[in-house]
Ligand binder design. Structure first.
Ligand code: SF4
Ligand code: SF4
Length: 334
C-alpha cells in the first residue's frame, strides 16, 4: 500500500507518461469532465463516474479499420505506448470485464485488443464521489486502485503490472486508514441490485405487456444518449469513405434506439417502432445477455438515467416496470 498527497499523485502521473499513454479524468477548458491527457486540462479525479463511458478508451466512438490506396491495404499502426487509463468505478470495471468477454469471443476483435491487451487500468474509489460521497472499493478488473480520503490518496496494486508501476512510491504505514474504506464499502446499499434482479425476472417470465412498452416508446425522442454513454453497449456500424487517396473503412458506434438500426435491405424492420426498440434496449441487457453470457449486462453505472432527457433510463424504467407489474410471484398470486 502506498500513500500519496495530491501533488505526489500528479508527479506519479507525469512520470508514467515516459512509458505510458496516460488517460485520466480531466476538466477541459469548456468545463467538461472527461478522459483526457495531462495536457488537456487539470486533473479531475473527484466527482465520481465520468459522464462519458470510460470503456470508450478501448472502443472509441469512431476508428479506422483499414485504408486502401493504389492497391495497397494498410492496417492501423499499433499504439506507440501502452495505455494507462484511470477513472473507473467498481461498476465501470464490471462493465469493462463484460465487454472484454464480448470482444474476446470468436472471432476475437483485434481492433479492441490492440489498445486493451497491454493497458494498465486504475480504479478511483473512496470519498471521491459527487459532494465527497463514498464510492465502493474494488479489486476486480483493475491493476491499481486509487483510494481517496481527507488525508489524500492510498494506492493499492491488484496486479503485477500495478506493483511494478508503483514500486518507487512511498509506502503507507497506517493500516487503520485502509480499514475505514473496507467498512464504508461493506455498508453500501444493494437496493438497486434487488431492483435489477426483480426487473430481469419479470422480463424473463414475459410478464410485461406491450402497452407498457408503447408508453415507454412514446417518451423516446431518439437522441441515442442512452447508448452513447453506456459502458456495455457494443453495437457499431461500418462506413467506407472514398477520397482522392483511396478508401478508408471505419467503424462507428450505432444505437438500437434509431429507426434504421435493424432495418433490412428488403425494407422489413423487425424493430420498426419506438416501443419495440425501447423494449429491446432493456430486454437485451436484463434478459438476452443473461441467456447469452450468463450475466446481466447492466452494471447500474447510472449514466443512461443521468443522460436521458425524457426520464426513461434503465433504472427509471425498471422502477416503473416493477411497481406496475410486480414480480412473477406477485402475479401468480393474483
Ligand atoms: S445503468 Fe444504463 S448506462 Fe449504465 S450499464 Fe446500465 S444500461 Fe448501461
Ligand atoms: S436517451 Fe432516452 S430519449 Fe434518448 S434515445 Fe435513449 S431512451 Fe430515447
Amino acid at each position: 500500500m502506498k500513500a500519496l498527497s495530491d501533488g505526489q499523485l500528479l508527479h506519479f502521473f507525469k512520470c508514467l507518461e515516459k512509458d505510458w499513454e496516460v488517460r485520466l479524468p480531466v476538466t477541459l477548458p469548456d468545463g467538461t469532465r472527461t478522459l483526457g491527457s495531462l495536457k488537456d486540462g487539470p486533473i479531475a479525479l473527484l466527482g465520481g463516474s465520468l459522464p462519458a463511458k470510460p470503456t470508450g478508451a478501448f472502443f472509441p466512438q469512431e476508428e479506422e479499420i483499414f485504408r486502401l490506396s493504389e492497391r495497397e491495404l494498410r492496417l492501423p499502426l499499433p499504439p506507440e505506448r501502452p495505455l494507462f487509463v484511470a477513472g473507473f468505478t467498481s461498476r465501470d470495471l464490471a462493465s469493462l470485464l463484460f465487454i472484454d468477454r464480448f470482444f474476446a469471443d470468436d472471432p476475437k476483435d483485434d481492433l479492441y485488443f490492440r489498445r486493451r491487451q497491454s493497458a494498465l487500468v486504475a480504479a478511483v474509489t473512496g470519498w471521491c464521489g459527487p459532494g465527497g460521497s463514498f464510492i465502493k472499493m474494488t479489486s476486480k478488473g483493475c491493476d491499481l486502485e486509487l483510494l481517496r480520503d481527507e488525508r489524500g490518496w492510498l494506492l493499492l496494486s491488484h496486479s503485477e503490472a500495478g506493483r511494478q508501476a508503483t514500486q518507487e512510491l512511498p509506502e503507507g504505514d497506517d493500516p487503520l486508514r485502509l480499514e475505514r474504506f473496507v467498512a464504508a464499502s461493506a455498508s453500501q446499499s444493494n437496493d438497486d441490485e434487488l431492483l435489477l434482479s426483480q426487473a430481469a425476472e419479470l422480463l424473463r417470465a414475459d410478464l410485461v405487456p406491450d402497452s407498457f412498452w408503447n408508453e415507454i416508446g412514446d417518451r423516446c425522442i431518439l437522441c441515442t444518449g442512452c447508448n452513447l454513454v453506456c459502458p456495455t453497449c457494443t453495437c457499431f456500424g461500418i462506413r467506407d469513405w472514398r477520397s482522392a487517396s483511396g478508401v478508408e473503412r471505419i467503424r462507428m458506434w450505432d444505437s438500437c434506439q434509431l429507426e434504421g438500426f435493424m432495418r433490412e435491405a428488403g425494407g422489413h424492420n423487425p424493430l420498426g417502432s419506438e416501443a419495440l426498440r425501447s423494449r429491446r434496449r432493456i430486454h437485451h441487457k436484463l434478459a438476452a445477455d443473461l441467456m447469452r453470457w450468463g450475466e446481466i449486462s447492466c452494471f447500474l453505472c447510472g449514466r443512461c438515467d443521468a443522460t436521458c432527457p425524457t426520464g426513461i433510463g434503465i433504472v427509471s424504467v425498471m422502477k416503473e416496470m416493477v411497481a406496475r407489474h410486480g414480480g412473477p410471484a406477485n402475479q401468480r398470486s393474483r
